[in-house]
Design a protein around this ligand. Structure first.
Ligand SMILES: [Zn+2]
Length: 485
């Protein structure tokens, strides 16, 4: 009897293994057909010089409006008109505050327009860290085959790249069929009021965009374990943001005779509870689509796991939750940031509070997260106060013309790129533009490696010259394809 049981168990296990193996072998990428495109040739050194020159304008966004360096922004706008005369002649320009909206009229007015966007403001360099830079942050230096300075990645490369690409097309007598807009914001780093104005203006003109493309993630190599190919996470959504205040209450009094539970310890308990019960998150929808595709290019072990999520789903989820960046892609994150308690060392606080910053996954809302937190920590002693926020964006289709055009343009310029839908963890101007677009994508066609990441808002921001040039060429393809179909 036992023998029979063991034997059937063995047969079942063997069958499971066989199924898992078959699924693994089927979980491979189709041989990519290399798309032979006309090779775009641009004046590479001129394009790089122009990006370097643009960095020399200190178009810095300060939190404090008083510090707005108006002259630098005026100078940048003037410089752009002199540097890109063809671009300015072919298009109608409307300036809203210091943000710029260009319209390149298409020949077929029945087609819905497309929009390319970027921002030319940059974040400040932390005072005192200038010396840590290999090249000065606003000198616009080109050395070691890199263009150095604030904005070289975020996001003057986007703005200059787009003007370079469109200029190339204009000089080659290209005429768009579909109207093309370019929106260049001046204050993305402090909320994107300029992008909001442009969106408002287009909306009032009755414009509904076919799709839009703005800053987001980059072509990358070395971010996914075991994947040697270039990967392009084309972001189809962006996370929202919200703050809650957790307030613990207790009797105050003198610290020489504390009660067993003080407002501070009650608050601490609440924070630990929140840490233990994060918002649920797993591989599904958009993130599942991303990892399904990327994992096809991973070594056998990973493929075995991802091809058999029906068997290893729980294991994969917990593994992913332990890596901060991946965790942020699959769930709403919970981050306590600001704490306050007593005002004096010998006074027990009546209230102790913690501000919790959440980054909302598109599956959650401000309401659902607030409810989750109230359910876990809310009580007579603990109050959960809402401080408002911004919902996550809608999710654009990754089976749509815009996405496909970006993906195929990347293949033409870079060879074989694994393009997958991605989720933008930070906020961008696209949250404004997406209100008037059928689909919105957040992606820069420049390639980066993990070491480049510290440059974003950090020290030694720089872009590889070849990466910038390849990005400009990709923009040429995207604009040409996007406005012809
Ligand atoms: Zn940016």
């Amino acid at each position: 009897m036992l023998k029979k049981f063991l034997l059937s168990l063995f047969v079942i296990l063997l069958a499971l293994l066989l199924i898992a193996l078959i699924r693994t072998f089927m979980h491979t990428a189709a041989e990519s057909e290399f798309i032979e495109g006309e090779v775009v040739s641009i004046d590479e050194s001129k394009a790089s010089e122009n990006l370097a020159a643009s960095i020399r304008f200190k178009t810095i966004s300060y939190q404090d409006n008083e510090q707005f360096p108006k002259q630098e922004f005026d100078n940048f706008i003037k410089w752009a008109s002199i540097t890109y005369p063809e671009f300015h002649q072919a298009m109608k320009l409307e300036q809203l505050e210091h943000s710029l909206l260009f319209k390149w009229e298409g020949s077929d007015s029945t087609l819905a327009p497309i929009l390319f966007e970027g921002h030319y403001d940059v974040v400040p360099v932390i005072p005192g860290t200038e010396d840590l830079w290999e090249e000065m942050p606003f000198a616009g230096t080109i050395s070691n085959n890199r263009i150095w300075g604030r904005g070289s990645l975020d996001d003057k490369s986007g703005v200059i790249g787009l003007m370079e690409a469109a200029t190339h097309l204009i000089n080659n007598n290209f005429q768009p069929k579909r109207t093309v807009f370019f929106g260049f914001g001046h204050d993305e780093e402090i909320g994107g009021g300029g992008a909001a104005l442009i969106t408002e203006k287009l909306k009032n003109d009755g414009v509904q965009l076919h799709w839009s493309l703005g800053e987001g993630s980059f072509v990358n190599r070395g971010f996914f374990p075991g994947v040697n190919k270039l990967v392009a996470p084309i972001n189809v959504a962006e996370k929202g943001i919200m703050n809650l205040m957790i307030v613990a209450k207790a009797k105050g009094g003198h610290s020489s005779t504390p009660s067993k539970r003080t407002a501070v310890t009650i608050l601490a308990e609440a924070l630990v509870k929140l840490e233990k019960e994060p918002l649920p998150g797993s591989l599904e929808g958009l993130s599942a689509a991303m990892f399904d595709e990327v994992s096809k290019h991973m070594p056998f072990g990973y493929r075995f796991l991802f091809a058999n999520r029906w068997l290893f789903g729980g294991m994969i989820d917990s593994q992913m939750s332990s890596t901060p960046v991946i965790n942020a892609m699959i769930r709403t994150t919970t981050a306590p940031t600001m704490l306050s308690g007593s005002i004096k060392s010998n006074v027990l606080p009546i209230e102790a509070s913690a501000l919790i910053n959440f980054r909302l996954h598109p599956r959650d809302s401000i309401k659902s997260v607030t409810e989750h937190v109230r359910r876990i920590v809310g009580s007579d002693e603990v109050e959960v106060r809402s401080l408002g926020g911004m919902e996550a964006s809608g999710i654009s289709s990754w089976n749509s013309p815009g996405f496909n055009i970006v993906a195929s343009s990347l293949d033409k310029i870079y060879g074989d790129v694994v393009s997958v839908p991605g989720l933008m963890i930070a906020a961008s101007d696209t949250r404004h533009y997406s209100k008037i677009a059928d689909n919105s994508f957040r992606f820069n066609p420049f390639s980066i490696v993990p070491e480049d990441m510290t440059g974003f808002h950090g020290t030694n921001e720089s872009i590889d010259v070849d990466s910038f040039v390849a990005g400009v060429k990709t923009y040429v393809e995207i604009i040409a394809e996007g406005s012809s179909n």
